[in-house]
Design a protein around this ligand. Structure first.
Ligand code: ATP
Length: 243
């Protein structure tokens, strides 16, 4: 992060609940422009909840979330989405009955509809497979293709921040590598800012400029991605058949 520049996204002491269940217990996290920040953690640690809370659902019951100079903490989700955050959610959640093209058109609705043709061409050059499948229904794509579509749909809105929730989930190692390479290339070539939530710690930490470990709704460890990758306790818990 450059000295003095406020982070693009910042969470301060964020607490969130599902009814009586406390899922976030005071989370602090920053994402600076041009950075890839990763959050790793086991099942149920609260990673998805943090991403959803940034989008206002569930709402933070304490703390503050700021994005591009705005306080998001009490904004409705549809207004948050207009500020330039885009999400590829856990489990992809593409529109299964819509074609690839229609899915991408939905993503473009929050971006620059006047640039649709240009943005579409860009997505097809990043993910050539989607060009081949343009007329095919989303639900009939392979898992890897659905993940590509979910990311492309998010990118069609020209986000300032791309949030990816477990993009590697259930995918073959080769496909995972391709997807992580796309994220790395977009970050390097265009300075795309990325917040990545993952259980696949090896790839996520290799990619990240900075990374955090979440345990039971709290961030317990933070550092450079490669630094965390080298730490024995991280390796034991998240890499070597650990939690
Ligand atoms: P995973 O990798 O399995 O998705 P996660 O780190 O993303 O895990 P969350 O999905 O954020 O974890 O869940 C955090 C905690 O909140 C868990 O204890 C979970 O059971 C609980 N939780 C999540 N969603 C809900 C919900 N809709 N209602 C009630 N509790 C929930």
């Amino acid at each position: 992060m450059s000295a003095g520049a406020p982070p693009l996204l910042s969470a301060r002491n964020v607490v969130a609940h599902y009814g009586p269940v406390c899922a976030l217990r005071g989370v602090d996290l920053d994402v600076a422009e041009g950075e890839i920040v990763t959050l790793i953690g086991s099942n149920g640690a609260g990673k998805t909840t943090l991403m959803m809370t940034i989008f206002g659902d569930p709402r933070a019951s304490e703390g503050e979330i700021r994005f591009a100079g705005r306080d998001l903490t009490r904004l409705p989700t549809h207004e948050i989405a207009r500020l330039g955050l885009a999400q590829s959610p856990e489990g992809r959640r593409i529109f299964p009955r819509m074609s690839v093209l229609e899915n991408l058109r939905m993503g473009a609705a929050l971006g620059r509809p006047d640039c649709f043709a240009q943005d579409l061409e860009r997505m097809f050059s990043i993910f050539p497979r989607l060009r081949e499948r343009a007329g095919q229904r989303g639900g009939t794509l392979s898992g890897g293709e659905q993940q590509m579509l979910a990311i492309a749909r998010a990118l069609m809105s020209r986000p300032k921040l791309l949030m990816l929730d477990e993009p590697s989930l259930g995918l073959a190692p080769l496909v995972v590598r391709q997807i992580f390479e796309v994220v790395r290339d977009l970050n390097r070539a265009e300075g795309l800012t990325v917040f990545l939530v993952e259980q696949n710690a090896f790839h996520a930490l290799s990619l990240a400029h900075r990374a955090h470990v979440m345990v039971n709704g709290r961030i317990t460890l933070s550092g450079a991605g490669r630094e965390l990758l080298a730490r024995p306790e991280v390796r034991a818990a998240y890499l070597e058949g650990g939690a």
